[in-house]
Design a protein around this ligand. Structure first.
Ligand SMILES: Nc1ncnc2c1ncn2[C@@H]1O[C@H](COP(=O)(O)OP(=O)(O)OP(=O)(O)O)[C@@H](O)[C@H]1O
Ligand SMILES: [Zn+2]
Length: 809
């Protein structure tokens, strides 16, 4: 008898299951293989599992089932290193190994979609290779395939009345007779009807119906050549009227955000690296050549030319016969970076993004697994790319919050990258103009090697930053000061470009009644709702709940409403009034909901089809446009009010990043921040351009209060549809913890209702653990979790443990 250890779906355990291996599979099976196994007591059920070890001789335990087949052509789906990584994730982030494995593998690999079998050309032309076709079973299979060309494994099994054919098929594949692969039904992309002008728009067209006229005007103003009825402020009925009149025509537009490679930029040849770039590259290259694990933090100011250093490093990695991983925060937001890498590496690079369909994802994964592509570039989960022999892992914009996954397993892609590099014996490079304070601390304490690029390339200088105190300055519109207005005007006169940032949409558009003080809040989520003028609706940004809004207080009917801070949409209107001739590009969640929208907006800006780009945080990320000479932040204080100890760090980074979009070539840039509280430390250090001084200041506060990096945080969330259960469970948890931890080395905060006390009808309580001594037994926490969950299983209790939480709302 032969045995193996495996983790299986639906078995939420920390220890692997012991199973027997069918005799015919011995020799095929390797650690990392995806298999089907049948539990002892239910041989008809088959569950997908992942083998971690082949053990022989047997252990004293009773086997819990038998492996009946191997999937994925018998090739392991986990490399020895991604297998180790899954165990590390499970341990560090306090989840189960099977959950970590399921996070590592892309969806199409985990589906029950049966693999299909096809004859190869070789088989059709070269005649039969006697050795391989010798058994009658194989002959039967070939005969069936000759009739039907392509069959799923299941169909073959049914037709032949046999089970577990994989083993045989794998051998036939090896003999070159058939190929096995998964084929997915490609779902038709979702589309929605939009409208565009049938003929080029002509001003003289007189429309008496005011709504139709407004819609025509609105469509003219949009950055896209088409618009959905709600963007045009009309019903589908009115849109059809316009179609009848021959003014509009309907088109189908694909919805869903998708990365588009349509961002086109001609390849820039960089003749030689600057001295600083060369110095940094040399350090990285010698680190790489030494062949051992090391982590570098590349602190290069905005516009210092980090991308080309990554590219030069990767060239060396590939020529040494190794592979590499590049992580970016959100791929749709950085089409420019992705396209630059592609220009250099062509087919050697595989870009991964969440909007690929299953077939594309599956193909991309196989390409990396087989070594046909040597570089994987993508967001967070790309850290799990099935590459072997990884020589370098690059984490661009390493400070970005998007690296943290906000569902189980709650891993941080950046930290996982460092761990994977360690397991691979590879080089890890974390790059940013505003490193996370944790990473900077690690560099200061010599855990990482610090490399700096202190100046911009090509003689460009850092932009100058100025504050506009809003209380003392005249405004030309609700959200724009006279000073900023004049500066924008100056840039337009010189045909330069402007980027305007309005921070965070969740806070923009909030309402307050100046008569009764009412703030409309979502009845499900207990958070303020946001006003959307286009649809005249209030919307909850957590659960999507909407209500109609008539620009008056729902409580006392007063029309005296304060729009606490304006959303990008409202600012766009103000800009239209101030600069009626100017085309304005707006980039926020509303304008980027359709396929390729980010790239489209950025392309337009790149080609100078518009000179003003207005947006949320999206406009702060990595954009590199030489003609941008002015950056304006409309309410620079927003962001400081988030209940989070990292609020200062985050706002500092955001403002520094957005400021860094200005003056990236010969013409110097200027940055204006409209503020309400000019005394804040964030602003004073920003004016001095002193990232490091602000870091030291913030570190003092963190040290005093024992926040990371001085302590490790673990946040435990208790939620239930019954409020008292969530509260009771969290109290019991906190009580049970106390005797096990010594007050010198830990702190338990709470329980308290979470920042957002209710989401989708569930009440949430939080217990926050600060662990200066770093370690708490994961086993202990997990056991408490299980026992509480089973105690309150009838009350719908769920407990989420978040290690190193990034946001505690
Ligand atoms: N040695 C060089 N000579 C001339 N131009 C260069 C050189 N190195 C980089 N550049 C150009 O400088 C610009 C800025 O480079 P890059 O976008 O890599 O900056 P970055 O460090 O990533 O900045 P940010 O952190 O703001 O995104 C790019 O247009 C790039 O092509
Ligand atoms: Zn809601």
């Amino acid at each position: 008898m032969h045995f193996a250890l495996l983790y299986a779906n639906n078995y939420l355990r920390d220890e692997p299951l012991l199973v027997t291996v069918g005799d015919d599979l011995v020799g095929e099976l390797q650690p990392g293989c995806q298999v089907l196994f049948s539990p002892v007591n239910n041989t008809r059920r088959s569950v997908i599992g992942y083998v971690t070890e082949i053990t022989d001789p047997p252990q004293p335990n009773q086997p819990e089932g038998i492996i009946t087949d191997i999937l994925n052509s018998g090739k392991p789906v986990l490399t020895p290193i991604t297998l180790q990584l899954s165990i590390w994730i499970a341990d560090y982030y306090m989840t189960h190994p099977i959950e970590a494995i399921n996070a590592i593998l892309p969806a199409p690999l985990k589906t029950k979609v049966s693999e299909t079998v096809e004859l190869t050309d070789f088989q059709l032309t070269a005649g039969n290779n006697r050795k391989v076709v010798s058994t009658s079973l194989r002959k039967e299979i070939l005969k069936l395939l000759q009739q039907r060309k392509k069959l799923t494994v299941k169909q073959l099994e049914n037709q032949l009345g046999k089970q577990n054919l994989y083993r045989t098929l794998i051998e036939m594949e090896r003999g070159g007779l058939v190929t096995l692969k998964k084929a997915f039904k490609v779902a038709k992309p979702k589309t929605k009807t939009a409208y565009r002008f049938r003929q080029p728009y002509m001003q003289q067209e007189l429309l008496r119906a005011p709504r139709q006229a407004a819609a025509v005007k609105q469509l003219h103003a949009l950055e896209t050549s088409w618009g959905f009825p709600e963007q045009l402020g009309i019903t589908t009925g009115i849109a059809r009227e316009l179609v009848k009149k021959g003014i509009f025509e309907p088109i189908k537009v694909e919805t869903g955000t998708e990365f588009s490679t349509e961002f086109s930029e001609s390849k820039k040849t960089i003749k030689h690296l600057t001295d600083s770039q060369q110095r940094v590259l040399n350090s990285l290259l010698s680190g790489f050549r030494s062949g051992s694990f090391a982590t570098y933090l590349l602190h290069g100011i905005t516009g210092s030319g980090k991308t080309i250093i990554y590219i030069e490093l990767l060239k060396e990695v590939l020529s040494a016969g190794k592979t590499a991983i590049v992580l970016v925060p959100e791929i749709s937001l950085t089409p420019q970076t992705a396209s630059r890498f592609r220009q250099y590496f062509g087919n050697d690079i595989q870009i991964l993004h969440s909007a690929m369909n299953n077939q594309e994802k599956y193909n991309a994964w196989q390409k990396l697994r087989s070594g046909k592509a040597k570089i994987a570039l993508g967001a967070r989960s790309t850290v799990f790319a099935p590459l072997q022999n990884v020589g370098a892992i690059i984490v661009d914009e390493e400070h970005d919050m998007a690296y943290k996954q906000d569902r189980t397993p709650r891993y941080n892609g950046r930290d996982t990258a460092v761990m994977r590099a360690k397991l691979e014996g590879a080089l890890c490079v974390l790059g940013s103009a505003t490193p996370s304070f944790e990473s900077f601390y690690n560099a200061k304490s010599k855990k990482y090697s610090l490399l700096t690029l202190p100046e911009r390339v090509d003689g460009a200088t850092m932009p100058s930053i100025k504050l506009i105190p809003m209380r003392e300055n005249r405004k030309v519109s609700f959200s724009i000061s006279e000073v900023l207005y004049e500066e924008i005007k100056k840039r337009l006169e010189r045909n330069e470009q402007v980027i305007l940032l309005q921070n965070r949409r969740g806070f923009a558009g909030s309402l307050l009644c100046l008569d009764c003080g009412e703030i409309p809040t979502c009845k499900h989520c207990n958070i303020p709702m946001v006003y959307h003028a286009a649809t005249r609706q209030l919307r909850c940004h957590y659960c999507g709940h909407t209500v109609f809004y008539l620009e008056q207080c729902p409580h006392c009917s007063s029309a005296n409403i304060l729009y606490k801070s304006s959303g990008t949409e409202r600012i766009e209107e103000e800009l239209h009034k101030l600069f009626p001739e100017e085309k304005i590009l707006r980039m926020d969640v509303d304008t980027t909901g359709v396929k390729g929208a980010h790239a489209m907006i950025l392309n337009d800006f790149h080609e100078k089809k518009a000179r003003i780009l207005l947006g949320t945080q999206m406009v702060a990320k990595g954009l590199d446009f030489p003609d941008v000479t002015l950056v304006g932040v409309l309410m620079a204080d927003i962001g400081l009010n988030i209940p989070d100890f990292r609020a200062g760090e985050r706002l500092f980074a955001l403002l520094m990043q957005v400021a860094g979009r200005a003056g990236r070539s010969k013409i110097p840039g200027e940055v204006y921040l409209q503020t309400y509280n000019t005394d804040n430390d964030v602003f004073s250090f920003l004016l001095r351009g002193s990232y490091e001084k602000y870091y030291h200041l913030d570190m003092q506060a963190r040290k005093a209060l024992q926040y990371p990096p001085y302590a490790k945080l673990v946040s435990c969330e208790f939620s239930s549809t019954e409020e008292d259960i969530a509260q009771k469970a969290s109290e019991e948890f906190a009580e049970a913890l106390k005797p096990h931890l010594h007050s010198a080395t830990f702190l338990v905060l709470g329980p308290a209702p979470a920042g957002i006390a209710r989401i989708r009808g569930r009440y949430r309580y939080q217990v926050l653990l600060k662990l200066p001594g770093k370690k708490i037994s994961a086993d202990f926490l997990k056991k408490m979790r299980y026992s509480l969950m089973s105690k309150y299983s009838r009350n719908n209790l769920s407990i989420t443990i978040d290690v190193d939480p990034q946001s505690m709302m």
